[in-house]
Structures are given as structure tokens and as C-alpha cells.
Design a protein around this ligand. Structure first.
Ligand SMILES: Nc1nc2c(ncn2[C@@H]2O[C@H](COP(=O)(O)OP(=O)(O)OP(=O)(O)O)[C@@H](O)[C@H]2O)c(=O)[nH]1
Ligand SMILES: [Mg+2]
Length: 194
């Protein structure tokens, strides 16, 4: 009998509504080790019971082995990943959402399990910290109870994803390798030894 790791019990959401202006072409479709960045992001969350792709409907088709992904557009297109989070929290069933983007191609199910282990009562977000102890708001857990706060932020003109969760309601988790957070913004960002 083969041993398989326990599934992820929360909603998985991948935001992919960006313009890739620094990359120069749609980075969601860029290949890294034979898989697109979008596929890599979705693969880390393929064991989630509910899977949401926040992108314009019809823009992307995912391979069947990644399971069913329900596509939802932004409520306010072109306003950045905070607006993508608003859409994810709107369409997720009540509870925790694992939220990431196409530009973090090195996240794994183990990464999400490490964040899930830090879920505690009273917290509404769990975020990893990088080597400089900076919280990573993409590749993070958010509770759907944050939706009114996120909507109010967007209504007030805020666009920074790092404002989505108040620090006093955010649990932080460290100890990840530097490669975990390698962020693909330009084609040079793909040139990393796997
Ligand atoms: N749903 C949604 N996702 C977005 C939006 N803007 C960015 N994202 C996603 O958020 C993640 C991180 O964003 P960026 O790295 O800035 O990507 P980007 O905005 O496409 O790239 P730049 O134009 O170079 O800033 C990626 O997965 C993007 O697809 C948006 O307006 N809506
Ligand atoms: Mg951007």
C-alpha cells in the first residue's frame, strides 16, 4: 500500500487576473520545468475540496489531472491581487482559504500544511515570513470573515494586498527555504535550478 499525505481541508484559490506587464507576455502560461506557472500554483492546492481560479472566464484551461477549478472574475477587474482576494473570499464557502498567485511557482502541499498548522482561534490570516522576517501576503491563508474588511479597504482606495489582514489577527510562520518565495515577475525569474 502506498502512503499518501493527508488532503488539504480548506478552499484553494489561485488569482490569475494580472496583466504580466513586467514579464512581457502572460506569465501564467510561461513554462518552468515543463509545467506552466498557473499549473504549478494550482498543483500545490489540487487536494483542496473546493478550488477557485480568479481570472477572466475562458482565459485559461487547466489539465484534468488538477481537478475541477471553478473560474470567477474579479468584482473590480484590473485592481490587483487584493481585488482577486475579494473575489476568492466571496465565492469560497465560509472558512479558511489558501490564496496564491501564478508568480509563486515553488509552493507545495507541505508549504500549505505548515501554514495550516498555525491556524488558531482569533486569527484571520496565516502568513509565512521570508528570510528577512517579512510576512508574505500572497501564498497565505485568509478566513472568509475578512471579506467585509477587504471590501471596505478596496472601497476606500487601498490596493496593497499586505493590508488585507490586520497584524493582530495574523499568525506568522517562519523557517522556509529561500526558494519557497522566489517570485516570477520577469522572464529572468524563471532561470532557477529546480
Ligand atoms: N484576479 C486578479 N489577479 C491579479 C490582478 N493583478 C495581479 N493579479 C495576480 O496576482 C499575482 C501577483 O501579481 P503580480 O506579480 O503583480 O502580477 P501581474 O500584476 O500580472 O504583473 P505586473 O503587471 O508585472 O505587476 C499574479 O498571480 C497575478 O495574476 C488582478 O487585477 N486581478
Ligand atoms: Mg501587478
Amino acid at each position: 500500500m502506498t502512503h499518501s499525505p493527508p488532503g488539504l481541508w480548506l478552499t484553494g484559490a489561485v488569482t490569475a487576473g494580472g496583466r504580466s506587464s513586467r514579464f512581457g507576455s502572460d506569465k501564467a502560461l510561461a513554462l518552468l520545468d515543463g509545467r506552466t506557472l498557473l499549473e504549478r500554483a494550482c498543483a500545490s492546492l489540487q487536494d483542496c475540496p473546493t478550488r477557485l481560479l480568479i481570472a477572466p472566464p475562458g482565459r485559461y484551461t487547466l489539465p484534468a489531472h488538477l481537478g475541477r477549478w471553478d473560474t470567477h472574475p474579479d468584482r473590480r477587474p484590473g485592481e490587483g491581487p487584493l481585488a482577486g482576494l475579494e473575489s476568492a473570499l466571496t465565492h469560497a464557502p465560509p472558512g479558511w482559504v489558501a490564496f496564491t498567485g501564478v508568480d509563486l511557482p515553488w509552493l507545495t502541499p507541505d508549504y500549505w500544511h505548515a501554514l495550516i498548522a498555525a491556524v488558531t482561534p482569533g486569527r484571520l490570516s496565516v502568513q509565512a515570513t521570508d528570510g528577512q522576517d517579512r510576512p508574505q501576503p500572497l501564498g497565505a491563508l485568509y478566513h472568509t470573515d475578512l471579506l467585509p474588511h477587504v471590501t471596505a479597504l478596496l472601497d476606500s482606495g487601498e490596493r496593497r494586498l499586505r493590508r488585507a489582514a490586520p497584524p493582530e489577527h495574523t499568525a506568522l510562520v517562519g523557517g522556509f527555504t529561500a526558494r519557497t518565495f522566489l517570485n516570477v515577475n520577469t522572464p529572468e525569474g524563471l532561470m532557477v535550478d529546480g
